[in-house]
Design a protein around this ligand. Structure first.
Ligand SMILES: Cc1ncc(COP(=O)(O)O)c(C=O)c1O
Length: 494
């Protein structure tokens, strides 16, 4: 990339930052001050980029169902919906001759369930799936439900902490299960630690054994460039990936499956209904061979798909390599700054030279419950994070146990129980294109303040039922800020 090009990309990132919907939201805090909220929960869901609002306002007057084709709105919507499919392929360098994509209702989860059901029928003789210990439950349970055996590959243990998927263990499992392996499905980027997996190396290993390579790109897509096809060594190409639109700056958009089309042909479509048939008789029906129609039964989320494609086009125009570099730097900086604080634990590999991380960092304050730390960050520092196990229980449990192993010696059962309760989860700070190093500085300052004044903060809260803490005097009331019903009442009265 030339210097001019890179400067232009940085200007566009700045423009995206400033126009993000909700970037300047303010809240009143427990201290009585009001400040701008710092959003560090993008791994759960990203905020909406301003370009989506702008483009949707222009599109919605022309909205119509794509299953109608005759009238003007329908013709326009159908063309744009086709463009949305093409953009998804283009975004991940998937050759449209070989690859296609379809939208699914509920994010990556919908896509992974569909893949598991379809491939278990398409290749029934291959009854094993290989995944890893670091997966989100959505890239684990669908395989468990549809296959005889699911193998969880560990991550590498290094002196800098737990890293990416262990390639030696992966190779050994592929050799052991051989022709029984239907596919390998691993995450591109961990939703807990932001650790980036060597997906193309895994693809090469999987393909050697005739297994397919699937990437859960729910966390990867917004942060790291993806190349599905066109590798010099075709063994490194990916067979399928899934993405979640709401994690790529587009709330209300669907999930996406991008796949080699051939893998969805010759099996009965998993979902049936309108739009996926050539003809229907009372005795039987004929599913269409057209892809993606055969995988998109019912009326798709047309506007959401177009909105998502708008973002993919925007990110691609800026350059995913520029975004990748910038976001990797932010997470490396976060790991470095948080690691300096006594009594703050940073989970996962901490050396950016040997383990790339992007998007997220998970931490704890020693001897403080993760839910309490998250509540303090919110109520006193206006920093929005998530806590607990992030739908990745085995991975979180393993990292927490690894960290606590030194401290457990000599403790009574009661003390062990207290320790385990405090650390049965983590606090996750996660980042999007709109976050800056200043946001990391604010987080590091807040964590230092909390870790230095545990007793003060602890005394301000009471543990309520389950894993949550309520402030003793401060209460947040969201209703005056927004209530859909009130907004409608005001509209009706105006
Ligand atoms: C790595 C990963 N995979 C899958 C999912 C599931 O995504 P969704 O809830 O959009 O279906 C998530 C959600 O956090 C995730 O982080």
């Amino acid at each position: 990339m030339t210097e001019n090009c890179s400067q232009n990309s940085h200007k566009l990132i700045e423009k995206l930052r400033n126009s993000t919907t909700g970037i300047d939201v303010e809240y009143a805090l427990a201290s009585g001050e009001t400040s701008r909220r710092i959003y560090l929960d993008s791994t759960a869901s990203t905020l909406q980029l301003g370009v989506v609002k702008d483009v949707m306002e222009k599109y919605l007057p022309y909205y119509a169902n794509t299953h109608t084709t005759v009238h003007f709105n329908a013709q326009l919507s159908t063309r744009e919906f086709d463009w949305a499919h093409n953009m998804c392929l283009d975004f991940v360098d998937a050759d449209s001759k070989e690859y296609g994509c379809f939208f699914v209702g509920s994010g990556a989860t919908g896509g992974l369930n569909r893949i598991a059901r379809t491939l278990s029928k398409k290749r029934p003789e291959r009854d094993v799936v290989i995944t890893s210990i670091m997966e989100h439950h959505s890239n684990d349970l669908p395989h468990r439900k549809n296959f005889k055996e699911v193998v969880h590959i560990p991550v590498v243990m290094t002196e800098d902490g737990m890293g990416a998927v262990d390639m030696k263990a992966m190779e050994a499992a592929l050799e052991k299960y051989g022709e029984r392996v239907n596919y390998v499905s691993i995450t591109g980027v961990s939703n807990v630690t932001g650790i980036v997996n060597p997906i193309y190396d895994v693809a090469e290993l999987a393909h050697k054994q005739g297994a397919l390579m699937i990437v859960d790109a729910a966390q990867m897509a917004a942060h790291v460039p993806i190349t599905m096809s066109g590798h010099d060594n075709p063994m490194r190409n990916l067979d399928m990936i899934v993405m979640s639109g709401h994690k790529i700056y587009t709330p209300s958009s669907p999930g996406v499956v991008i796949t080699r089309k051939e893998l969805f042909s010759g099996v009965e479509p998993d979902e049936v209904g309108g739009g996926m048939v050539d003809d229907v008789y009372t005795e039987h029906y004929l599913s269409t061979d057209n892809f993606p129609d055969r995988e998109e039964a019912g009326t798709p989320n047309i506007a959401g798909a177009i909105a998502l494609a708008t973002v993919l086009y925007t990110l691609k125009s800026i350059g995913m390599d520029v975004i990748d570099k910038e976001e990797t730097e932010i997470v490396s900086y976060a790991v470095k700054e948080l690691n300096k604080i006594d009594d703050v634990v940073v989970y996962g590999h901490t050396n950016p030279d040997t383990c790339q991380r992007t998007g997220a960092v998970s931490i704890n304050v020693r001897d403080m419950h993760h839910a309490l730390t998250a509540a303090i960050l919110n109520d006193y520092f206006n920093i929005a994070v998530r806590n607990a196990c992030f739908c990745a229980h085995p991975y979180v449990r393993e990292m927490v146990s690894e960290d606590l192993s030194d401290q457990m010696e000599g403790l009574t059962n009661e003390e062990l129980e207290v320790l385990a309760d405090l650390h049965r989860g983590m606090v996750r700070a996660s980042f999007g294109i709109y976050n800056t190093k200043e946001d990391v500085d604010a987080l590091a300052r807040a964590m230092l303040e909390i870790a230095s004044n545990k007793d003060f903060y602890q005394a301000q809260y009471t543990k309520s039922s389950g894993d949550s803490y309520s402030h003793n005097t401060f209460e947040f009331n969201s209703v005056p800020l927004f209530s859909a019903q009130h907004a409608v009442d005001n509209w009706l009265a105006s």
